[in-house]
Design a protein around this ligand. Sequence first.
Ligand SMILES: NC(=O)c1ccc[n+]([C@@H]2O[C@H](COP(=O)([O-])OP(=O)(O)OC[C@H]3O[C@@H](n4cnc5c(N)ncnc54)[C@H](OP(=O)(O)O)[C@@H]3O)[C@@H](O)[C@H]2O)c1
Length: 318
Amino acid sequence: MHILIGGGSGFVGSALTARFRARGDKVTWVSRAPGPDRISWLDVAAGRVPECDVVINLAGEHILNLRRRWNDEYRRDLVRSRVGTTSSLVNALNAMAKPPAVFISTAGKCFYGTAEVAADSRYPELDEYSRPMAMDFPASMVALWEDAANAIDTARIRHVHVRLGIILGAVERVSLLAKLWRIGRGRGILPLIRLPFCLGLGAVMGHGRQPMPWIHIDDVVGLFEHLVDARASRGRYNAVAPGIVSNREFTELLASRLHRPITWAAPASLVRAVVGEDRASILLDGQNVKPRRTLESGYFFRYPELQGALQDLVQITI
Ligand SMILES: NC(=O)c1ccc[n+]([C@@H]2O[C@H](COP(=O)([O-])OP(=O)(O)OC[C@H]3O[C@@H](n4cnc5c(N)ncnc54)[C@H](OP(=O)(O)O)[C@@H]3O)[C@@H](O)[C@H]2O)c1
C-alpha cells in the first residue's frame, strides 16, 4: 500500500512509518521540512496529493511545548496547525478522482473536556459514544479539529477517527551522556520525566485522583494497523489502554519501577503557574476514558495494564 502521513516525522508518525515500511508499504510524509519521500502542505493545498491507499493526519503543534510562552499566538498556532492541515487534506482528498480507501484523522482524549469531581465521587466513564463533560480550551480545540475531519466524503472514503490518550514510548540508552537526560531515541512523556523521578523529584499532580488515560506506543501502532486492515471499521475509536490508572497510581508505579520514593505532590497552583491556566487541566483534571469500540472492533491490546507497559518501556532503572 501507499500510505500518506501528515506530521509523519513526529513521535507517532515515525513509529507508524517504521512499522508500515517493515511490512513492505510505501510511506510518504506531509511535512513542513523538505526531504525525500515528503510532500509539503503547499502541495496539499494545491491539490498535488499522490495517488495513495491510506491517508493519516497527525500534524499539530505540540500542546506542552514549554519553550513557547502560553499566549494568544501559541493558542492560534495550536488550532491552526490541526484544523488547517486537516481541512487542507480533506479538501484535497474529496477532490481526487481516485481518492484513498481510508482516511484516519486523529485527536486527543482532551475531546472529553474536564470537570471538577468531588473527592467522594467517581469520575464518570466516557467512551466513544459519550459527549464532552465540559468545554475547556483543549476540548474546544479538539471539537474544531474533529469538525474539520468530519467534512471528508464518507460516501467514497472510509473515515476512521482515533482519539489518542497519553502515549508512552521507550526510555532507551544509546550513549552515556544521553543517559542523563532525554534518553536516546525515546519520545513522549516518559523520557522527559525520568530524570526528575530519578532525582527523587517525581510528584503527584494536585490531588492525584484524576484518571490518566495512557497507551503504549506499540498499541498505538498496532491499533492503526488494525484499523487500516479491518475494512468494516469506521467512526471513532479511543486509543487508550483498558487498565486506566489515576495520576497517583501512575506516579507511584513509575517511581517504584525506578526504585525511587515519591516525596511530594505538586500543588495545583504551582502546576498552573508553570504550564498556564488553560492547559493545566491536561495535568490536573483527568478523564476516565474507556476503549469500548476499540475492544468491540476486535483489537487485542499487547499492554492492557500499566505495570507491563512500564516494565517494557523503562529498561534502565537505577
Ligand atoms: N503524544 C501524545 O501523547 C499525544 C496524545 C494525544 C494526542 N496527540 C496528538 O497526536 C498527534 C501526533 O502526536 P505526536 O506525539 O506524534 O506529535 P509530535 O511528535 O509533536 O509530531 C507532530 C508532527 O506535526 C508536525 N507539526 C508540528 N507543528 C506543526 C505546525 N505548526 N504546522 C504543521 N505541522 C506541524 C511536525 O511535522 P513536521 O515538522 O515534519 O512538519 C511534527 O512532527 C498530534 O496532533 C498530537 O496533538 C498526541
